[in-house]
Design a protein around this ligand. Structure first.
Ligand code: GLN
Length: 491
């Protein structure tokens, strides 16, 4: 039998339906791959008993012809998603051994459709980071290495465990979340496909909150088709999330292979940064040429407020984080450090439970929201956010269907290489992705090529609100032209 872990979700779905193998066999193959790849530190909790029980149950359903759209497909779950009776920590010491008595809406929809849970995936603490180095479980290693080098590279973040596990064939797909780039940047670093849906497309209920007006769940997978299959199950209206939007979920997979002829694709001139590596420039023009060859029309567009997006994001996101994280007080969840009185207990718990990056965000957030500074920082950033959104609206009003940009300003970097002395060095990773969250739009990162050292690079497509389908159609054109990229196995 071919190695079951190298199948795509679409291929596995066919194999399961034709009874070439069972979900239990498929699940066991992935559990063995996970065990052999522990050095990547992608999974922080393996749930083999649960996985096998779910696989057996779904095999019975498949036998009776009752399997759902994801019947028998083994997936990994980012540790930001609450999973009932399974430890959920957001990779923070402060949640300790928190075991939620409830299931997030997104994961419950995956199980409803027959998927199998392999375990929980590593991420940056509370999803704050771009390299998965802020996790209390330690960094994740990217299965990709520079040619001829053994240097351990980061998989990006914050969904680093999700990207690394999918790229290393440890799971067929994974859930992830994106507040400023956390699905798309790790996807670009690992040659996987990552989708940040329109704000409101997936329910945030049961996902550990970082910055509620920016957070969105989405899939990481090995092809556009697989990402489309996963998003269909993850998306949908949920009355438990008041920002969830009541729009029917389309069959995203039907968009794969659809013609992109006549679509107007914007190339934003402000994304051409000074000192941008020539390889990224080249990738971007190649992507444009592929879309043109498929019949799309390429037009230069302007998104004039782009340069304010990152500074505004680093006001809005910490502000929301500081209020969301106020709930971790040593009383309700996880860790409690005893103190002389309640204030002392709060202070000791929060000082020892939060890592350095999270503490920095809480302090920045508290500062920009405090009386006297609120108008100068927070309110101002919100106004900038409106202008960023308007830039995109103006573009779409002129008939632009989608926008093509690089996904990241560089390929994956080494563990410990960035952000040690200056956090801004790390924040710059999201220069091409944060605008999309600020505007609430959908974005997809698709593998498009490699740099001179053999590391994957990705392109990003940004769409109109709730038009993820077009992104899948365009992403497929890039995938067909660029081909597939698999990390050579060394672990
Ligand atoms: N890297 C960004 C941050 O640290 C975005 C993270 C995310 O999307 N969760 O805020």
């Amino acid at each position: 039998m071919t190695d079951l872990t190298s199948l795509t979700i679409a291929e596995a779905r066919d194999g399961l339906a034709s009874k070439s193998f069972t979900s239990l066999e498929l699940t066991d193959a992935h559990l063995a791959a996970m065990e052999a790849a522990r050095s990547l530190n992608a999974f922080i909790l393996e749930t083999p008993d649960k996985a096998r029980a779910m696989a057996r149950a779904v095999d019975e359903k498949i036998a009776k012809g009752e399997g759902g759209p994801l019947a028998g497909i083994p997936l990994g779950i980012k540790d930001l998603f609450a999973t009932r009776d399974v430890r959920t920590t957001a990779c923070s010491k402060i949640l300790g051994n928190f075991v939620p008595p409830y299931e997030s809406t997104v994961t419950s929809q995956l199980w409803r459709d027959g998927a199998v849970m392999l375990g929980k995936l590593n991420n940056d603490e509370f999803a704050m980071g771009s390299s998965n180095e802020t996790s209390c479980f330690g960094p994740v290693v990217n299965p990709w290495r520079r040619e001829g080098s053994n240097t351990a590279l980061v998989p990006g973040g914050s969904s680093g465990g999700s990207a690394s596990a999918v790229a290393a064939l440890l799971c067929m797909g994974a859930t992830a979340t994106d507040t400023g780039g956390s699905i798309r940047q790790p996807a670009a670093f690992t040659a996987t496909v990552g989708v940040k849906p329109t704000y409101g497309r997936c329910s945030r209920w049961g996902i550990v909150a970082f910055a509620s007006s920016l957070d969105q769940a989405g899939p990481i997978a090995r092809s556009n088709r697989d990402a489309a299959i996963l998003l269909r199950s993850m998306a949908g209206h949920d009355p438990k999330d008041t920002t969830s939007v009541d729009i029917a979920v389309p069959d995203y997979e039907a968009a794969i292979g659809k013609s992109v002829k006549g679509m107007k694709i914007g190339i934003p001139k402000e994304y051409r940064l000074d000192g941008m590596p020539a390889e990224i420039e080249k990738l971007w023009s190649e992507g444009a040429a592929w879309l043109k060859a498929a019949g799309a029309e390429l037009v230069e567009v302007s998104l004039p407020h782009t340069k304010y997006a990152l500074p505004a994001y680093y006001i809005v996101a910490p502000a929301e984080a500081s209020s969301n994280l106020a709930r971790y007080d040593g009383v309700r969840y996880g860790l409690r450090e005893p103190g002389r009185n309640i204030i002392d207990m709060y202070e000791k718990t929060r000082a020892s439970g939060f890592g350095a990056e999270v503490r920095r965000r809480v302090m920045i957030g508290t500062y920009v929201l405090s009386a006297g500074y609120y108008d100068a920082y927070y309110l101002r950033a919100q106004k900038v956010r409106t202008l960023i959104k308007k830039d995109f609206e103006d573009c779409f009003a002129k008939g632009v269907t989608a926008i093509l940009t690089p996904a990241t300003p560089s390929a994956a970097f080494g563990v410990g290489e960035k952000g040690g002395a200056d956090p801004i060095e790390m924040y710059l990773n999201d220069i091409f992705t944060v605008t999309v969250n600020m505007a609430g739009l959908p974005g997809i990162a698709v593998p498009a090529g490699k740099d001179a050292q053999g590391l994957p690079l990705g392109l990003q497509l940004i769409g109109r609100p709730f038009d993820e389908e077009t992104l899948f159609s365009l992403g497929e054109v890039i995938e067909q032209a660029a081909g597939h990229f698999t990390a050579p196995k060394w672990w």
